[in-house]
Ligand binder design. Structure first.
Ligand code: ATP
Ligand code: MG
Length: 476
């Protein structure tokens, strides 16, 4: 029942509108047909009645002045009636005998009428009667009246007016209905278009905001000829503009704060490192200095991620490709994280090709950040006593950096989500702080170098593999 209702609700608005118009069109047509039919029937029958009334008045007057009725056939001149007209006249005398009867066309059977001389017949009731002739299925109007001498005069008449007019109506109606069907299809499409256009624009805008996460990416100006939709559209425009400027202001503030904090952070880190080299430093003081350095490193990575993330929002990662020693960068990054590893009692090891220094062409800073983020995650999501290994291997034209850990792992159904911006697993939220920016940056920076980023995981650990071309011609 519920799913039925849900499915019903999910029918597109176009369907509702089109069906609605179709039903209204069908109802209007049916009502129109009925009304037209009724009007034709009534007016045609009325026309026959008027004819009969006129005949009655004329013949009553004549019968009163000349009761013999010998003049009747001459007066009636039945031969002049067109074959389509049915005419019947009967005079019944006071004894109930039929005194005169005339019917055209010949052979027409009037229900209940006998022949001249036959009788006596029952006196018919006076006034109007509608008679259906069984042979021809035609309806005729009959009037029964009593003249001054007590005789009964009955006159019935039926023209083909009703039939002809109905035929004409059905011909005209077919043309009219086809025309109005076309018109209503066009007007339906037009109504659907003007109703749905602003709604579709809003849906498009919402999709683009969801896809890009940027309110300012809303290029659709929602306007409509329908007042309510126009109001809704302009409110939607105002709302997105408001949010866009609010978010823009927040971003600018964030950029300024990130830039302002970077320099003091480096200074604090440098000073702590320098202080750490002091001889005979008491252990608690040394531990505190290590903590400060760790926090600085983490905060610096977060700040850098935020700034990178901002840069990538433009959808464009600028690569500054120069030859550099990848072995050296790996050494530097591992060196930075060795303090954190030591503090967490995690064995952080490096395995580089022994024979030579591995050189590649790429953006040294970006690749350092790829590595920092992967190592940072490995240490963050590996409990104390675990192992993190960084391995570098090379082939003729590519290098592979692999960071494996013995950490908490990632559930298989969430593995593909780690590359998404702001994604953090439930487990990760419990294990450590973060914004969910790192892996997204890893992916985008790797792809900007025309490399590949892959991840595999099990409950006993995770392996992230980055493959980079050694020498690429980057389109910047
Ligand atoms: P940030 O990097 O911004 O500090 P974060 O580390 O949570 O935050 P990402 O680096 O983007 O975010 O990682 C996304 C998610 O992927 C993490 O929250 C975590 O759930 C999962 N993840 C990534 N690397 C690992 C790993 N080595 N072990 C377990 N989970 C991981
Ligand atoms: Mg991370």
């Amino acid at each position: 029942m519920f799913s039925k209702l849900k499915a019903k609700r999910l029918l597109s608005f176009t369907m509702y509108l089109a069906t609605g118009y179709l039903v209204v069109y069908a109802l209007c047509t049916a009502v129109m047909l009925y009304m037209g039919n009724r009007v034709i029937t009534l007016s045609a029958r009325n026309f026959d009645k008027q004819n009969v009334r006129a005949d009655c008045e004329r013949l009553t007057e004549l019968l009163e002045t000349n009761p013999s009725g010998n003049w009747m056939s001459e007066e009636l001149a039945l031969e002049r009636y067109p074959p389509s007209t049915i005419f019947a006249l009967r005079i019944i005398n006071t004894l109930g005998y039929i005194e005169y009867i005339a019917i055209t066309p010949r052979g027409t059977q009037m229900p209940g009428w006998g022949k001249t001389g036959k009788g006596p017949v029952d006196f018919p009731s006076l006034g109007w009667e509608e008679i259906i002739l069984p042979d021809t299925d035609r309806i005729i109007q009959m009037h029964t009246t009593q003249i001054n001498d007590g005789r009964i005069l009955q006159i019935a008449k039926g023209s083909l007016l009703e039939k002809n007019q109905k035929q004409m109506m059905s011909r005209n109606m077919t043309v009219f209905m086809l025309f109005s069907l076309l018109l209503s299809i066009f007007s339906t499409l037009f109504m659907i278009f003007i109703t749905l256009r602003p709604i579709n624009k809003m849906i498009k805008s919402i999709h683009s905001i969801i896809d890009t996460g940027a309110f300012e990416s809303n290029p659709q100006r929602v306007k409509s000829m329908i007042s309510e939709l126009d109001t809704l559209g302009s409110q939607f425009n105002i709302m997105t503009e408001k949010y866009a400027s609010l978010i823009q202001a927040m971003r600018e503030t964030m950029d300024n704060v990130a830039h302002d904090i970077r320099t003091p952070l480096s200074r604090i880190r440098g000073a702590s490192e320098f202080a750490l080299k002091t001889e005979a430093l008491p252990e608690p003081l040394a531990n505190t200095l290590v903590d400060i350095i760790e926090d600085c490193d983490h905060a610096q990575l977060q700040l850098q991620n935020l700034l990178d993330s901002r840069e990538m929002e433009s959808g464009f990662v600028k690569i500054n490709p120069l030859p550099f020693s990848l072995s050296k960068i790996i050494g530097t990054v591992v060196d930075i994280y060795s303090l954190i590893a030591e503090e967490k009692s995690i064995a952080l090891t490096t395995s580089l090709p022994a024979e030579q220094d591995v050189q590649i062409k790429g953006d040294q800073n970006r690749i350092a950040r790829i590595l920092s983020n992967i190592v940072d995650n490995a240490l963050k999501y590996t409990p104390a006593g675990g192992r993190v290994a960084v391995t570098l291997t090379q082939s003729e034209d590519s290098v592979t950096i692999q960071v494996s850990d013995t950490g908490i792992g990632i559930p298989p159904d969430e593995l593909s989500l780690v590359w998404q911006r702001l994604y953090r697993s439930e487990q990760a939220r419990k294990s450590g702080k973060g914004l969910g920016l790192g892996m997204n940056i890893v992916k985008l920076f790797t792809e900007a170098h025309k490399g590949q980023a892959e991840i595999e995981s099990s409950p006993t650990g995770t392996i992230v593999t980055i493959t980079l071309p050694k020498n690429n011609t980057y389109s910047v």
